[in-house]
Structures are given as structure tokens and as C-alpha cells.
Design a protein around this ligand. Structure first.
Ligand code: DI6
Ligand code: FE
Length: 399
């Protein structure tokens, strides 16, 4: 039997908020059959028993389009050391930083990794997410990257959430490849790409293009292989410096370029031309106490779609709340609450190449959130609240 929800404040996100007071939704199976004003409800649905939402806000299910939730251990001890005066270098020499996460991730069994990833997925889901993108990148050997990718794939089999899995073997240079980043691309990143693609483990290919990671030319070589396999690309670009990674990624028609604090006018223009989404990650900016802001006004002016995500990872963004990411995007970057919500719905869907979600409209997947809120700006306005009243995934409410 289809489900009829009435007396809803719909933020359909079809155009702007697409706000409809006194709205109705009909859910048939895993799809939305109707979303609009109660007065326009087709007669065919008139006989359904309505569930009155009392004016509560309904939005599309939120989409976290950039996470690194598969990893073992945490970096809380390192956080404490640094706040007690240890420098980043001292921490690194003591075995901390990203390579400590790599060691813990290599040592963990697949079952342990999955259990930890599910805990983080549960927190993101509890905030209203119905789609989560998950990257590899803490294995850095062929076997360990494949292990991470298998774990990422399993998340969606254990939870009511859709997972898009991204190859990020080119995330950091492991100790045995120091000074030999090109060899790492040839001997690890590209072989992982071919094996993972053959196993159907990946939906996209990402890389960390940065002075401390991989050059534009090295990433270009990886992306050429992704392109040959028909896989879309996305890129950690211009997070710490302007290497022109976004321009290169745009040349591949990248789904997105992410972070972008140091993006230049050429990068903005290239992204506008390619239709790549700018994924804004305020959690990393906040954690790293970065001061260079991504060029939000220029992106807006150029008509580049902006998404917002948690970047959940143990180092630069130990955050599992999308509404907190939205709040930070508004307060730190002066994005508007409308842009923040587009950034976790409509534009996040685009950043993942998904056309069947991100808006409330007939024919789309029945992934939605009912909020203890009346206006969508409330989702960005509160700090640390989880105003979710109920979540529906594929036509089913959570138990
Ligand atoms: N940029 C980041 O902020 C994270 N990865 C990346 O490419 C940091 C990951 C970590 O510190 O564990
Ligand atoms: Fe990231």
C-alpha cells in the first residue's frame, strides 16, 4: 500500500528551497509518487489513510558526498599532545599523523574495520543521511587498499544507506615509497584501480593532489587509467596550496573537486566550464585552523554548484554531523542556509553522479527526512543539535 504523508512543510529543493506549506507526499514502494500541495493530490491517492505531519519540515535525505569513515584507531592522543605543546613534527616523529592511521588500518582485520566504520556510518545516518560516499586511502598497499574497498562496499549491506565507494589509493605516500611517488602510482595505485574495477568495488577515483602528496602529473596518469575504465574522477584539490589540480580534474569532466581553499580564478572558470561540483569541507578548515577561505563568492558568481560534506576522517575532520558541516559552511564561509542545504541534497547528489535522489519529486527515490523544524534555515542555524524526527530510506521509515 502506498503511504500518504500530509500537512508537511516540503523543501523539495527542485528550485531554491522549493518550499510548499500544506504539502503532501505519496510514497509507492521505494519511489516518490507525488510531492506537492495537498490541493493538487491526484484523486487516485485520495483514498489512502493520511499520516498528518503537523507542519513538520520534510527534505530529501541528506547526502554526505565526501568521507573517509573506513579506518582503525583514532588520533585523540595526538590531539591532546599537540594541545600540550608538541609540534606537528614531534608528533610525526613519534609515529603520529596519517601514517599512524595507516599502521592501525593495516593491522586491523576486515571485521574490525567494518565494525568501526559502521559506528561512524550510524552517526552520520542518525543525522539524516541516506547516501554516504566512502573512500579508501589508509591502506597504501594493494592488499590493504582492496581490504578497505571491500569494507566500504559492505557498509550498505549492513545498514539502510546507499554507499558510493571511491578509490583513494593516491592519498599519501607510504614510508617505503618516500621520494618515489611516481613509482607508488605505477606499482600500487594503478594496480589497485584495475583490480578494484574488475571486482566491481569502486564507483569513482579520487586522489590527494598536494605538495605533501601527489603532483598534478602523477594524478593525471592515474586519471587517464580511470577514464579508460569508464570511471568518473574527483579530486582533493587546492586544500593547502594552488597546484592547479582542479583545472586538470575539470579536463576529465570531474564529478567534483573538493576542499579548494586555495583555488584560483582559473580553477573556478575550469570547474564552471566542466560542470564539476565544488565540495566544501569546513570541518577540515576548522580542525586545521586554516585561515585561507575557499572562494565561495567567485564560485557562486561563476555558477559552480557547491556541495557540503563532513570529510569525516581521523586527522583533519573527526566529524560525523552533516548539519554541523552545514552550520560551519554558513558561519565560517558565509554560504547561505539555502546553499548549505542544496550542498547536502541536490548538489551532493550531483557530486556523486546520482540522478535519482537529492530532490523531492515524483519518480525519485523515497529517501527523505522529517525534521523537528518548520523552516529549512533551522538545519544550518543550530550548533550540535540533531533535529531529525524520522528518516525514510527507499520507502521505509527507520524502526
Ligand atoms: N585531506 C585531508 O584533510 C585528509 N585527507 C586529505 O587528503 C587528512 C587525512 C588524515 O589526516 O588522516
Ligand atoms: Fe578528504
Amino acid at each position: 500500500m502506498p503511504i500518504l504523508l500530509t500537512n508537511a512543510t516540503l523543501a523539495t529543493m527542485v528550485q531554491g528551497y522549493g518550499l510548499i506549506e500544506g504539502g503532501a507526499l505519496v510514497i509507492d514502494g521505494d519511489q516518490i509518487a507525488f510531492a506537492g500541495p495537498m490541493d493538487d493530490l491526484p484523486a487516485a491517492f485520495g483514498g489512502l489513510a493520511p499520516q498528518d505531519l503537523g507542519g513538520k519540515l520534510v527534505t530529501p535525505g541528506l547526502i554526505d558526498c565526501h568521507t573517509h569513515i573506513v579506518f582503525a584507531g583514532d588520533r585523540a592522543a595526538e590531539f591532546e599532545l599537540r594541545l600540550n605543546g608538541a609540534s606537528y613534527e614531534q608528533v610525526a616523529r613519534a609515529g603520529g599523523g596519517i601514517l599512524s592511521t595507516v599502521r592501525a588500518t593495516r593491522a586491523a582485520s576486515e571485521a574490525e574495520l567494518l565494525a568501526q566504520a559502521l559506528t561512524r556510518a550510524d552517526q552520520i545516518i542518525a543525522g539524516g543521511a541516506t547516501v554516504i560516499e566512502v573512500k579508501s586511502g589508509y591502506g597504501l598497499t594493494v592488499a590493504d587498499e582492496l581490504k578497505m574497498l571491500r569494507v566500504a562496499r559492505q557498509i550498505g549491506q549492513h545498514r539502510a544507506v546507499r554507499v558510493k565507494v571511491t578509490h583513494l589509493a593516491a592519498h599519501a605516500i607510504p614510508p617505503d615509497y618516500q621520494g618515489r611517488a611516481g613509482a607508488y602510482i605505477s606499482e600500487v595505485a594503478i594496480p589497485v584501480l584495475h583490480q578494484a574495477a574488475a571486482l566491481g568495488l569502486i564507483d569513482a577515483v579520487d586522489a590527494f593532489c598536494e605538495g605533501i602528496a601527489f603532483s598534478v602529473a602523477e594524478v593525471d596518469r592515474l586519471f587517464a587509467q580511470a577514464c579508460a575504465l569508464g570511471l568518473p574522477v574527483k579530486l582533493h584539490a587546492e586544500q593547502l596550496s594552488d597546484l592547479k589540480g582542479a583545472v586538470m580534474a575539470a579536463g576529465y569532466g570531474a564529478l567534483s573537486a573538493d576542499h579548494l581553499e586555495y583555488l584560483g580564478v582559473d580553477g573556478v572558470a575550469a570547474m564552471a566550464a566542466s560542470g564539476s561540483v565544488a565540495v566544501i569541507l569546513p570541518g577540515a578548515f576548522y580542525t586545521l585552523r586554516e585561515t585561507q577561505m575557499p572562494p565561495i563568492a567567485a564560485l557562486r558568481q561563476a555558477g559552480v554548484a557547491m556541495a557540503v560534506a563532513t570529510d569525516c576522517n581521523p586527522g583533519s575532520s573527526p566529524m560525523t554531523s552533516l548539519t554541523l558541516a552545514m552550520n560551519m559552511a554558513c558561519t565560517l564561509f558565509r554560504m547561505t542556509p539555502l546553499e548549505a542545504l542544496q550542498g547536502t541534497t541536490l548538489h551532493a547528489a550531483r557530486a556523486l553522479g546520482l540522478a535519482d535522489c537529492g530532490v523531492l519529486a515524483a519518480g525519485k527515490r523515497a529517501d527523505l527526512c522529517i525534521w523537528n523544524a518548520r523552516h529549512p534555515a533551522e538545519l544550518s542555524y543550530r550548533i550540535g543539535a540533531t533535529p531529525l524526527h524520522a528518516r525514510m530510506f527507499g520507502g521505509r521509515f527507520d524502526a
